[in-house]
Write a protein that binds this ligand. Structure first.
Ligand code: GAL
Length: 383
């Protein structure tokens, strides 16, 4: 039984005893609908790293929202070290966290830690990244993962005019995200489902041997071979530089690069700068680059024509979704609006799915009007 339910049981038995004692009044004392007051609850927030901008926003957002409501919050960042995230979660459980929200570095490696926390009575919410191969996950909140990839793939298709019958062949290079991140597989699936038919028809070709070579028959289960560990921009730059050295050293055209998040897009832009100075951002010979997270450097890249688009995942909305889950659980109630589900290898985890949207040069100010960036910060980024 989890800590919250224990509180409900105690409250209910206390009120039952009271009502029995006061049975003469005919009115039974009702137990409070709030199983535990916020001030009596501790919420753990386990974030993967500070080195990727978005997680700083996620952690700060959720912490301030919960503290404003009176919850005690333990916020930890694990520096992309799975051993650190394990001890962060154990520490939260030892400090009596009623609910632990986890954005996993490695969805499988974090399993034992969440199982131990669950055993002490904590409820577990997977945040943005699914916790895999364990039943110790109560809920999941994320943006529609395959949709993120589909928006990236469709953007390339639309910008190259493939639906309008353009035959190419167009050179494209393809990256996926961190091999230990279950999200990365689903982002890639969303994009590859749309792009693969154009590889099959020969309209899209990938000249390099990146990941052993992405051909028409490249299968989804090989997604990790084109991955970038920890979504690291420097690693992406190194990989892209070797791609450019091996297959684009004689002014070969490059129509697009599937870059699944903004950090990887930064790495690819840097590689283009070092290896192909003949390509000019904002001109027809500059490749279409995708992304997600609308990180600050990428808002500037989009404004400068270096990156065609990013997928906006408003972490304020994700924080709201998780906050609602926490307050519902605090009442000892079940979350009923987690109507989506993702199977984590052990069970279908009830999931709140949020909608990602495309941001490009034409609607960049959505990042200001949504409050994702302050007007002052936004104006600095777009210059
Ligand atoms: C993913 C996350 C994305 C992406 C990446 C880098 O799991 O869903 O927003 O940016 O991690 O943190």
């Amino acid at each position: 039984m989890n800590k919250i339910m224990k509180a409900v049981t105690v409250a209910a038995s206390a009120s039952l005893l009271l009502s029995l004692g006061a049975c003469g009044s005919g009115r039974s004392a009702t137990s409070s609908s709030e199983a535990k007051d916020a001030k009596d609850m501790t919420i753990g927030l386990s974030m993967p790293t500070k080195s990727l901008e978005r997680w700083n926003k996620d952690g700060a957002n959720l912490k301030s929202k919960l503290e404003k409501a009176g919850y005690k919050v333990i916020l930890s960042y694990a520096d992309n070290k799975t051993s650190q995230q394990t001890s962060d979660i154990e520490n939260m459980a030892n400090k009596g966290a009623d609910i632990i929200v986890v954005a996993a570095i490695d969805g499988t490696a974090v399993g034992p830690a969440v199982e131990k926390a669950k055993d002490t009575g904590s409820e577990i919410i997977a945040y943005d990244r699914l916790i895999m191969n364990t039943e110790a996950v109560d809920y999941y909140a994320t943006f529609d993962l395959e949709k993120v990839g589909a928006l990236q793939g469709q953007y390339i298709i639309d910008k190259l005019g493939l639906k309008d019958g353009k035959k190419g062949p167009f050179n494209i290079e393809v990256f996926s995200g961190s091999p230990d991140d279950n999200n990365a597989k689903l982002f890639f699936k969303g994009a590859w489902d749309l792009l693969q038919p154009y590889f099959k028809s020969g309209v899209l070709v990938s000249p390099s041997k990146h990941g052993g070579g992405v051909t028409a028959n490249f299968s989804l289960d090989k997604w990790q071979s084109i991955g970038v560990q920890n979504w690291d921009a420097a690693k992406a730059q190194t990989d892209m530089e070797s791609i450019l050295d091996s297959s684009y050293a004689h002014s070969e055209p490059l129509a697009a690069v599937l870059t699944p998040n903004d950090a990887i897009a930064v790495g690819v832009v840097n590689a283009l700068g070092t290896k192909r100075p003949d390509l000019k951002a904002g001109t027809a010979n500059w490749p279409i680059l995708t992304g997600q997270d609308c990180d600050a450097p990428n808002v500037t890249q989009i404004a400068q024509g270096k990156q065609a688009m990013s997928v906006f995942k408003d972490v304020n909305k994700l924080a709201d979704a998780v906050y609602d889950m926490v307050t519902t659980l605090a009442k000892g109630e079940k979350v009923t609006d987690a109507t989506g589900k993702y199977n984590n290898g052990k069970l279908d985890v009830p999931t709140k799915l949020l909608t990602p949207v495309i941001v490009n040069k034409d609607n960049l100010d959505l990042l200001k009007t949504s409050g994702f960036y302050s007007a002052a910060d936004f104006d600095k980024l777009v210059g």
